[in-house]
Write a protein that binds this ligand. Sequence first.
Ligand SMILES: Nc1ncnc2c1ncn2[C@@H]1O[C@H](COP(=O)(O)OP(=O)(O)OP(=O)(O)O)[C@@H](O)[C@H]1O
Length: 223
Amino acid sequence: MLRLFDLCKGYQDGNEFHAVLQGAELTLQRGEQVALMGESGSGKSTLLNLIAGLDKADQGEIWLAETPIHAVTERERTAFRRHHIGLIFQQFNLLPTLTTQDNIAFCRQLKGLPEKPELWRTIVSALDLKPLLKRYPEEMSGGQQQRAAIARALYMEPDILLADEPTGSLDERNARAVMRLLTGLCEQLNCSLLLVTHSKQVASHMNGSIVLKGGVLNAQPRL
Ligand SMILES: Nc1ncnc2c1ncn2[C@@H]1O[C@H](COP(=O)(O)OP(=O)(O)OP(=O)(O)O)[C@@H](O)[C@H]1O
């Protein structure tokens, strides 16, 4: 599903070039669920942004299924993202003018898929979003917005889900429930999951872990 070859990305910092990714390589099979770990500032969000096609690598290749994300135009990357990639980012990115209900439906509509009431009910109930469906993002707490963002990403039935600390704003009980839902639904939808976390407990829900260190990715033994 996802293959990364020799991925390099850095940022200019005044007169100095700060290398973040220095030849990162990864293969993620369809349906595989992997935790992406690494110290703060090691480049995990940078890596997700490149895979999502929101930023361009300096060097290397990103293949999602048969699409060379590194080589297509920005327009093609956007179209690919809408159809195939679910995103749960740290800033949630809910549309402020839409209610929770409309935010959750939004990405599925963009993809041109018809509604799927059974999947809707499963997601809304598992994430405990029913009482919040009519609320706008500004009327919700960080954890509630995070749950809405998770629902939106899952309801579009992506081929791959990129999640940046999706339980970071949740208490332990909610975090466990959300991880069960995320991993269970990804399995049901045969969706690959690459999930950034600092928590070994969260990582233990996944098939495996990789650690980003010194700009490269290293597979970790099973936790
Ligand atoms: N747009 C940018 N311009 C300059 N430097 C950047 C930019 N984005 C990220 N960086 C730098 O790249 C490095 C990696 O940042 P990134 O956010 O990917 O790390 P992270 O592993 O996701 O961190 P955290 O766990 O704290 O979220 C950091 O040193 C950061 O300051």
